[in-house]
Design a protein around this ligand. Sequence first.
Ligand SMILES: C[S@@+](CC[C@H](N)C(=O)[O-])C[C@H]1O[C@@H](n2cnc3c(N)ncnc32)[C@H](O)[C@@H]1O
Length: 227
Amino acid sequence: MPRLDARLKLVAAEIRGKIHADIGSDHGHLLAALLSADRIERGIAVENKLQPYRNSSATLERLNAEVRLGEGMDVIEENEIDSLSICGMGGQSIVRILSEHPNRLPKQLVLQPNQAIASVRQWARDNGYWLTDEKCTGTKRRFEVLVFSRFGPPHDPVYQKLNEVGLDESMGLMFGPWFLLRKDERLLQRLAEEQRYLQSKQNLTQTSRARVETIRRLLSSDHFLSR
Ligand SMILES: C[S@@+](CC[C@H](N)C(=O)[O-])C[C@H]1O[C@@H](n2cnc3c(N)ncnc32)[C@H](O)[C@@H]1O
């Protein structure tokens, strides 16, 4: 059985469906680990490039899995899967894949965007998925894993919880509402470092100025000062 790195271990631990699809499966290790541990009954790996498709096919050969060559959710049917993972891609690519066939998405999504994580939270916020948990690796590079469940409207109550502790939704979308509510120490250290870095720069873009201001408000909020 392939060994998963810390990032994919976090993803695997969150998956709850019996029939699970992994989009952008690459080597196929995530599904192989889930099937070998009887964590899922059947796996569907999706790849849009030939060599990763072959790699996934080789890894999953003797397991209860199917490997499909195609674009994202194009090759998944409505009501076919219980859960879905998309890992190791940028947030914009993840959002594009999720947006293409909204009717084919399952109840549970486990997503691990490498960048533009806020765009994934925003997509979920606008599309009836509630962020039920978020985790991060303890490795040098911080990888975030977002776990969503479809509840439909009303809006995700986690952003209301943020308001109750004096923080706003935009902070939650940017840095993760659960990390903020839990006063995640590693996130705080990273924000303090980013604040020092941005403040040391001469000419900040408008986006960076807005970000440094949000970090300043967060770090000086009662919620964080009272920890
Ligand atoms: C950076 S790798 C990440 C692999 C694995 N998910 C992981 O986290 O270790 C991204 C993989 O997704 C595949 N991919 C990218 N866009 C895709 C799409 N729209 N549909 C299917 N596969 C895609 C790429 O071919 C590549 O193998």
